[in-house]
Ligand binder design. Structure first.
Ligand code: ME8
Length: 639
């Protein structure tokens, strides 16, 4: 009996060229699922690899003046480097050139041959000698080779054939009896139609090149690359050498593949397995394609995106987050740099980064970094706790259905709810009133607990960030042994934990002016005529301006205004509200405790319904902005 095991695979990619963001997309989804299942208590086997044989690779190697093995070794090293940098947690990396795989493919061939489902015949086709390629009549252009335009000739070549036709009805029946087998439904329907049109026997050997696995009974032939490649799924789980392991992991739970190769996985592969008397995989899922700024990626268009460059620029977690959040699994999705930056700034820097920073800053400020035993639960706390429970439940349901993007949205709704909880509970007000100490402890505790839960739920999507949050919360000890159940609300776990210094998770990415609306700072101030042309004023004019040092007591975003922050500032003997257009440059909690300069006698102005009593001074230059800070007590005059 296969118990509590989960076997997931990606396609094994061709090392004919470097991998691009589309390959990274598929592998990231598989990795997120593998990590999720480990978290859910499964014994996971996650396989990826490289599909190294075939005429195309042989030609590429010849062009490069190296042996095929040298050629693939170099490119495959690049695959492995990419997966390392993207935090892909595969359990094995299969290369079809490995001896262990040769043995499996030859054994698969032998067993099916002995059963009588492989026979020798003749492959008839139109052959272009210079291109070493066979073509079908309908593929020719004006009767000539579609690649080089030269004459083709009819040839007949000895070849081995696999009796696919024999299994067509059985496969159709299987697909009909197992609605989950091919996903999404659109691909399933496509496959059913395809099989209904009739299956021909498949030519599974070639003699026109030799970069492949020899047919075991006839070494003039090499085995057709798809027959070789599909068998990879059997190799690392002990098909030939570990019966117990094989029983545990086969049949595979999920072959995740791009939509263009569903046909190989949902027709040829199941028939090979039927011929071997092995059970069929539980699911073949055909994911959509990643397109770039609305266009298919191609070398000729020059729009092929190298994931390594992106990882270097934005970090692996940001790329993983974008790929998983932005695209619904079965559909095509668009990659654009602007959309990526938008997600980093809003979801990661703002929603998540902000929550962590605000929480830790307040725990430091009010309780010297210590999370204390929480006071009584009020309605607003209960609401947050209930949402934590429903988030976990919904997240699990969505992950089980491979709706990764929805699961991320579910977690982010909880993050937004927690940010709102800060606004509702106003810890900065509680912090000023000793009689509210118990209440403040509850609020700070709840915030830390919510973040602890978030840090577990995001492990499948952003493993580095999950660990960073746990390190900052100072609970990273058991990271490897976490289980989904640990994401249940606990009123005890975080008590007496001393949190670490907050560190920024994701810096905001400054966008060039062309990519975003002009970044004028919406401060209630009169801008000079031009940057460097200002009217000369006398000292008597300047002395009309009262400048005072203020301490920021609280800061929060103004709703529906990207650029505005509402600050509560102390002038020593008085607290004022000031609206300042610095939200794109500062997180609210970064400002708490800072000593800034206020134009204290400015006529009050109403901004978004809030009366602003003064203006904070800031220096700005070419899109940068910094508030003016002064190391003097609140209330000091600036002259
Ligand atoms: O087909 N968007 O290898 P391959 C999303 N060796 N995914 C993409 C993509 C894109 N634009 N481009 C590629 C092969 N992919 C065979 C597989 S398996 C036994 C043998 C992903 O290097 C997607 O998963 O052409 C697609 O199916 C796979 O890469 C094709 O990789």
């Amino acid at each position: 009996m296969k118990r509590n095991a989960y076997y997931i695979t990606t396609p094994i990619y061709y090392p004919s060229a470097k991998l691009h963001i589309g390959h990274a997309y598929c592998t990231t989804i598989a990795d997120a699922m593998a990590r999720y299942k480990r978290l859910a208590g499964y014994d996971v086997f996650f396989l990826t690899g490289a599909d190294e044989h075939g005429q195309k690779i042989q030609q590429k190697a010849e062009e490069a003046g190296v042996t095929p093995q040298e050629y693939v070794d170099k490119i495959v090293a690049g695959f492995q480097d990419l997966w390392h940098k993207l935090d892909i947690s595969h359990d094995d990396f299969l290369r079809t050139t490995q001896a262990r795989h040769h043995q499996v493919v030859q054994e698969v061939f032998r067993r099916i041959y002995e059963k009588g489902d492989i026979y020798k015949g003749a492959y008839k086709g139109l052959y272009c000698t210079p291109c070493e390629s066979f073509w079908l009549e309908r593929q020719l252009v004006d009767g000539k080779c579609p690649d080089c335009g030269r004459e083709v000739k009819e040839v007949s070549e000895e070849a081995y054939f696999f009796k696919m036709s024999k299994y067509a009805d059985r496969l159709l029946q299987y697909i009909e009896d197992n609605p989950e087998f091919i996903q999404p439904v659109s691909r399933r329907n496509e496959m059913i139609n395809f099989i209904k049109q009739g299956l021909e026997d498949l030519c599974i050997s070639r003699t026109s090149f030799d970069w492949g696995i020899p047919v075991p009974i006839d070494d003039k032939h090499v085995i057709y690359v798809w027959f070789d490649a599909l068998s990879n799924y059997l190799t690392p789980i002990g098909f030939l050498d570990d019966a117990e392991k094989f029983k545990k992991f086969w049949p595979a739970d999920l072959h995740l593949v791009g939509k263009e190769i569903v046909r190989f996985h949902a027709i040829i592969w199941p028939i090979i397995l039927m011929a071997l008397d092995l059970p069929l995989p539980k699911m073949v899922y055909g994911h959509g394609w990643l397109i770039v700024d609305g266009d298919k990626m191609s070398k000729s268009k020059g729009n092929v995106i190298d994931p390594l460059g992106l990882i270097e620029e934005f970090g692996s977690d940001a790329i993983r987050y974008f790929l998983l959040r932005e695209i619904n699994l079965g559909q095509d999705g668009n990659f654009s740099r602007d959309a990526l930056i938008q997600r980093i700034n809003s979801d990661l820097a703002n929603d998540l980064g902000n929550l962590l920073q605000r929480t830790l800053t307040m725990i430091k400020k009010y309780n010297q970094g210590l999370i204390l035993s929480p006071g009584e639960v009020t309605a607003v706390d209960e609401d947050l706790q209930k949402m934590a429970a429903s988030t976990l439940q919904k997240y699990q349901q969505e992950m089980e259905k491979l709706q990764l993007s929805d699961a991320i949205k579910t977690v982010w709704n909880f993050i937004s709810r927690t940010n709102k909880y800060i606004d509702e509970t106003e810890p900065w007000v509680l912090g000023k009133d000793v009689s509210q100490k118990e209440r403040l402890n509850r609020v700070l505790f709840d915030l830390a607990e919510a973040l602890r839960i978030v840090s577990i739920l995001i492990i499948p999507f952003m493993p580095k960030t999950a660990l960073k949050i746990q390190q900052q919360l100072n609970i990273a000890r058991d990271f490897a042994n976490l289980h989904l159940q640990n994401a249940e609300w606990s009123d005890g776990l975080m008590v007496n934990v001393k949190v670490n210094k907050p560190e920024q998770l994701f810096p905001r990415i400054e966008v060039e002016a062309s990519a975003e609306a002009p970044k004028k700072v919406a401060v209630p101030q009169k801008t000079p005529k031009a940057d460097n042309v200002v009217d000369i004023i006398g000292i008597e004019d300047f002395s009309k301006v009262e400048l005072r040092v203020v301490e920021v007591l609280a800061a929060e975003k103004v709703k529906k205004a990207d650029k505005l922050l509402e600050l509560k500032v102390s002038l020593g003997n008085e607290v004022r509200t000031v609206v300042s257009g610095i939200a794109q440059f500062y997180q609210p909690e970064e400002l708490i405790g800072k000593h800034l300069v206020l134009v204290a006698n400015l006529k009050p102005a109403k901004l978004r319904g809030i009366v602003s009593q003064g203006m904070i001074l800031a220096a700005s230059n070419e899109g940068m902005l910094k508030v003016v800070e002064v190391d003097m007590p609140a209330g000091s005059k600036v002259k």
